[in-house]
Design a protein around this ligand. Structure first.
Ligand SMILES: [Ca+2]
Length: 389
């Protein structure tokens, strides 16, 4: 081998080695470090992604404890770990305080919140949602802890909603008010790992994705209950006592024909007291009832327009003193942490793939979804179809 060939071979080897390092570490390289928060629950020594510190609540009644466990999905990225609400019939509270608070209020970048959840048992009643918290104490985490966003599935009996609620402090009375998405979409009830993504953008719009598919989008003011408007119905205004709002009435002049009979049974006039009837022993004899041949059902008067009708009553409008011109609802106050505050009748609810970042990193978040969540989902789909066949 001459010198040029040797140099060429060394060059080739160098390229191959570099490629191997790049491809071997592409998933777990520092790419995702730009995200404000990412939690995969994987072993940090193999993934090079940090495992964060999570803290259980010490609130009374919150006896459910989360555990980090293998999800039993193994793919090209190795073993997958998830956070599990393991036991049935408990309240759970578990949270992480960010090293650096997340401040949508200070910039124009909106936010993206993404995570996956799996109801590995048939869900009858339980929450699979995530919350972003304003300043809070993890040990005191409970239902009343102030949150910025609550997002994700909540299923109980016939109620199935993918909730999206955000809160705003009303400057008129300083109260934190909940704004709840009207007619939320429904969540899947199978046992697969579903990815929920919520995007808030600077145009005060939101998009909600399920498994990377857009399922709802809208405006952060128009599509939410709990938003104040300048004018509101006066709650003290009542209709006058003589107000008639029945549009239809029965026509009192619509009388049945004279031969109409609505008696279904009549006394059998041909019946007579049986010879063996003993009034002392059997009591007074009464003739039996028989079907009335002339029976014509119950007479129902026809409906007519009500001459007294005065239209639908509407309360007078008054100015809503709690109204404020909220021009930037997407600029939520500073968010200090993330976590779960749920109740579940069913065991083994999994959480994973948690990301919070600004809209600037949307493509990176989709990259994570495509490269890390989707292979796991596909593996589950494959296993499911193997089971079914
Ligand atoms: Ca994981």
């Amino acid at each position: 081998m001459n010198k040029i060939t040797t140099l060429f071979c060394q060059f080739l080897l160098l390229i191959l080695l570099t490629r191997k390092i790049v491809s071997g570490s592409s998933l777990h390289s520092n790419t995702y470090e730009q995200l404000h928060f990412l939690e995969t629950f994987e072993n940090s020594t193999t993934t090079n992604l940090p495992l964060h510190e999570w803290e259980p609540t010490k609130q009374k009644n919150y006896h459910g404890s989360f555990v980090r466990k293998a999800s039993n999905i193994t793919d090209e990225h190795g073993d997958d770990y998830v956070l599990v609400a393991e036991k049935a019939g408990y309240y759970y509270g578990y949270s992480h305080v960010f090293e650096t608070p997340f401040s949508p209020i200070n910039d124009d970048h909106g936010l993206v919140l993404q995570y996956s959840t799996t109801f590995s048992e048939f869900i009858t009643c339980g929450g699979g949602y995530i919350k972003l918290f304003y300043k809070f104490k993890p040990k005191k985490l409970g239902q009343k802890t102030n949150y910025a966003i609550m997002f994700g599935p909540d299923i109980c009996g016939g109620n199935n909603n993918i909730h999206f609620i955000y809160t705003r402090k009303n400057p008129n009375n300083k109260n934190l008010e909940e704004r709840k998405l009207k007619n939320p979409p429904q969540a899947p009830m199978d046992h697969l790992s579903h990815l929920y993504t919520l995007v808030l953008d600077r145009a005060n719009r939101f998009q909600m994705y399920l498994d990377m598919e857009l399922i709802r989008e809208g405006n952060l003011l128009d599509d939410f209950e709990g938003v104040h408007h300048p004018s509101m119905d006066d709650p003290n205004d009542k209709p006058p006592e003589d107000w008639v709002d029945d549009y239809w009435i029965r026509d009192p002049s619509d009388l049945p024909p004279e031969d109409w009979t609505d008696e279904e049974y009549v006394i059998d006039v041909d019946a007579f007291t049986p010879q063996e009837w003993d009034v002392v022993q059997d009591g007074e004899w009464e003739p039996p009832l028989i079907a009335n041949e002339k029976w014509k059902k119950k007479w129902v008067q026809r409906k007519i327009l009500n001459p007294e009708w005065r239209g639908e009553w509407e309360p007078r409008k008054i100015y809503d003193k709690l109204y404020w011109d909220d021009r930037t609802p997407y600029k939520l106050d500073t968010i200090y942490g993330i976590g779960f505050e749920i109740w579940s009748v069913n065991k083994n609810v999994f959480f994973d793939d948690i990301i919070l970042s600004t809209n600037d990193h949307k493509s990176l978040i989709w990259d994570y979804a495509e490269k890390i969540w989707k292979p796991k989902y596909n593996t589950q789909l494959k296993n499911q179809s193997l089971l079914e066949n």
